[in-house]
Design a protein. Structure first.
Length: 533
């Protein structure tokens, strides 16, 4: 009996011990999945702070940028600037967070964004080098000097011999009045820019988000990148670069230009007016030396001049670019450029291969120039289900083909609506380009090869038709063409009327993107409507 009782107590003890151990393991797992947050919140107030304070409360805030720049911050730290305050100088924060504990730079209190003014005394107002796991938000940033200076910027991110920098988010910034050079060859200037450098260690960004920012009067450019690793023989692209929901107004040259990226996503941005002061080549949104870029749901208008001057561009050393669901209007240089420099060596340049342009609306683009331009030896381009409208007072060409050390090959136009109230046609460059960037042209396609036009609708004053047998020449019966204004929500006039000949008469495209301009699902095996609808 004693033995049985002892055995029972032993079993009970073992059972309780197992429960205790199990609970300990469970607790340990829970704690591992929910890391303890670390870090200190620091406050900066230029009105009544003091750099001798510890900075850890609103009542003991620091005063200056110099104090912030002198420290090395740790994961989980926050540096908060008092709303409505002003700082002259450069913010050059040091230190990185980690995946569980970001460093955050932002504002506290109610009122206007805290304003950091570079005054042109620094090459960049906010300078962040070799840092990661960082969020910068809710700041006003300017950098206007007494004279223009090449490479001047509002915000500059740099990774140099660093490797891969993870998670940097720039959001809700107001960047304005950055007077860099408006000459690209002299270094230009930028509102927000990033740079990948390194002689011994290849460097890049992974998860770079630039979103919900407002840029005004940034010269030469709005949002751009650069990389020493964009050559195909030295390829180390940045990953997960997202440029989203930015408003850009009165930009000197280029709008948004990702460089040296794989899988960049550029969406829901609005550019009202760019290439306002630059005299060299500039466009609205365009990847350069990038693979698998998606450019979608953007609006670009008011691009000035004919040295490019278009809303969208798939440029050279780019593969598999998709430009879809965008609205382009009133751009001097047109809607679209697809180009490649045939003289660039293959060790650097993969060419321009596999661009897809679909479900876009272009209204009154290219007055005095062209709407679509195919420049150089670009290959395997698909342009389908777009709606192109040319008003009565617009004198332009539907498409221009020209050589850039070679001609385009295998360009396919399917299911597009070309609606021309003004006189227009398909042309090629037949003479020297004019000083202002306009082309001397003749009707036709020049030495480009493999052009295929099928299931398109032409209506109006089109001077030459590529192929009448595979296309329709009649009114597509749009609800109210030409009625678009600023904003994608103004485009209901480009919906098809009930009895439009464009309905169910398009060519089937299996990998068709899955939906039209307005988000209506599309079947991969049934004839679609023609145009963006």
């Amino acid at each position: 009996m004693f033995k049985s009782k002892g055995l029972g107590l032993f079993v009970l003890a073992c059972f309780l011990n197992i429960i205790f151990i199990a609970n300990g393991v469970a607790r340990s797992i829970y704690q591992k999945n929910e890391p303890v947050k670390a870090g200190t919140t620091y406050y900066v107030n230029s009105n009544n702070g003091n750099d001798q304070n510890n900075g850890t409360s609103k009542s003991s805030a620091w005063k200056s940028l110099e104090k912030v720049n002198s420290l090395n911050f740790k994961p989980g730290d926050k540096i908060l600037f008092r709303a409505g305050t002003n700082y002259v100088g450069q913010l050059a924060m040091h230190g990185s967070g980690n995946a569980g504990d970001l460093i955050v730079i932002s504002k506290y209190g109610k009122g206007k964004l805290p304003h950091i003014e570079g005054k042109g005394d620094y090459l960049e107002t906010v300078f962040l080098k070799n840092v990661q796991y960082l969020d910068v938000q809710n700041l006003e940033i300017s950098n206007k000097g007494t004279i223009r200076k090449a490479r001047r910027a509002g915000v500059r991110l740099v990774v140099d011999n660093f490797g891969t920098a993870h998670h940097i988010h720039l959001t809700h910034l107001f960047v304005h009045d950055v007077n860099g050079s408006n000459v690209k060859s002299k270094g230009g200037g930028t509102g927000i820019t990033w740079s990948c450098r390194g002689d011994s260690v290849k460097s890049r960004f992974d998860e770079l988000l630039i979103a919900h920012n407002h840029l005004v009067r940034t010269d030469r450019n709005g949002i751009t990148g650069s990389s020493r690793f964009d050559s195909r023989s030295n390829w180390f692209p940045s990953l997960q670069v997202v440029i989203r929901n930015n408003l850009m107004e009165n930009i000197g040259g280029d709008g948004i230009v990702p460089i040296g990226c794989d899988g960049a996503l550029i969406e829901y941005n609005v550019i009202h007016g760019a290439r306002r002061r630059a005299q060299d080549f500039a466009a609205g949104i365009w990847p350069w030396s990038c693979d698998n870029t998606i450019v979608q749901y953007n609006e670009v208008s008011g691009m000035k001049g004919y040295r490019d001057g278009m809303g969208f561009d798939s440029d050279w050393n780019c593969r598999n670019t998709i430009i879809q669901y965008n609205y382009s209007h009133d751009n001097d240089g047109g809607f679209l450029l697809i180009c490649d420099n045939g003289a660039s060596p293959k060790s650097f340049n993969a060419g321009n291969v596999g661009t897809i342009v679909r479900y876009n609306i272009s209204q009154n683009d290219g007055d005095g120039s062209r709407i679509i331009q195919m420049a150089g030896p670009v290959t395997n381009t698909q342009i389908y289900n777009n709606t192109i409208y040319v008003g009565k007072s617009v004198n332009t060409h539907l498409a221009l083909f020209n050589s850039w050390n070679g001609w385009s090959k295998d360009t396919h136009f399917y299911n597009n609506i070309f609606y021309a109230e003004g006189k227009t046609g398909f042309v090629y460059q037949s003479g020297a380009r004019k000083d202002n960037g306009q082309y001397v042209t003749s009707l036709g396609f020049g030495k480009s090869t493999g052009n295929l036009f099928s299931h398109n609708i032409y209506f109006g004053k089109v001077l030459n038709y590529p192929d009448k047998t595979q296309n329709m020449i009649e009114n597509p019966k749009l609800r109210k063409p030409g009625s678009g204004k600023d904003g994608r929500n103004s485009l209901k006039g480009y919906r098809l009327k009930r009895h439009s000949p464009a309905r169910n008469n398009g060519q089937v495209i299996v990998s068709n993107g899955g939906k039209n301009f307005w988000g209506k699902p599309l079947s991969p095996d049934k004839a679609p409507d023609i145009g963006a609808d």
